[in-house]
Design a binder for this molecule. Structure first.
Ligand code: ATP
Length: 234
């Protein structure tokens, strides 16, 4: 579904990603793990069209999107749930969710999609008229994920969905990501929370200093000595 071949990308004259290649097949949950500053967010921002790579190629469902603008990438069916949720704080939960339905294919089906999405997020339904800024961190993350689903994406990308959340909430977030995958949406996650994320994934990539150091089945990565020492403290 998504193929990245040898991309270099960064900010101005600074190259962060060097020769990154990865693949996400339809229906998979794939994770990119790595330490602070490894280039995980940069990878997602590049796929989303917010950064243009200086080398390499990105294709989605057979179409070259290497230089496609961000709003067109959304229209093709790729949605990014950014780090730190980025809700509109003064808007209600309902208004935030409706803002997610901007993709062309989603606009017409807004009411129907809202109902489908709320079935996955019963707690969000209870808070529809509440101002987003008044929600707890966990509730805000659920609203951010629900808003991403409102675009009816084919590929949903999560930038550190567990960041700053209590362990019990982290497991709820991964549970909901599992339910989203079960609806047929393909999922790409970047995370520092290596254990929980790999547990919830089919495959993973380890990003170190802007390069893919290791990749494989999530179960195999959890057993890998380097991953255990460097990321799981075992
Ligand atoms: P984190 O978990 O800390 O977000 P990350 O793996 O997602 O880490 P990136 O956010 O991709 O890492 O950052 C990779 C490198 O790019 C870092 O050294 C960072 O300082 C740099 N960087 C990020 N955003 C910018 C920017 N807008 N301008 C210049 N450099 C940036």
């Amino acid at each position: 579904m998504l193929t990245i071949e040898g991309i270099d990308a960064g900010y101005g004259a600074t190259t962060i990603l060097q020769g990154v290649s990865l693949e996400v097949k339809a229906g998979e949950v794939v994770t990119i793990v790595g330490a602070n500053g490894a280039g995980k967010s940069t990878t997602l921002r590049t796929i989303a069209g917010l950064i243009t790579p200086t080398a390499g190629r990105i294709s989605f469902e057979g179409q070259d999107i290497t230089r496609t603008a961000a709003h067109e990438v959304v229209d093709l069916g790729i949605t990014l749930i950014p780090e730190g949720r980025q809700l509109f704080p003064d808007m209600t939960v309902r208004e935030n969710l409706l803002m997610g339905a901007y993709r062309k294919a989603a606009r017409a089906a807004q009411a129907e999609t809202l109902e489908e999405v709320l079935q996955l997020f019963p707690r969000v339904r209870e808070r529809m008229n509440q101002q987003a800024s008044s929600l707890s961190g966990g509730e805000q993350q659920m609203v951010a994920i629900a808003r991403g689903m409102m675009a009816r994406p084919k590929l949903l990308m999560f930038d550190e969905p567990s960041l700053g959340l209590a362990p019990i909430i982290v497991s709820q977030v991964f549970e909901v990501i599992g339910k989203i995958a079960a609806t047929g949406t393909t999922v790409l996650i970047v995370e520092q929370n290596v254990f929980s994320t790999l547990k919830a994934s089919d495959r993973g990539y380890v990003l170190e200093n802007g390069e893919i150091a290791l990749s494989g089945a999530a179960e195999a990565l959890l057993r890998d000595d380097h991953v255990r020492q460097a990321y799981l403290g075992i």
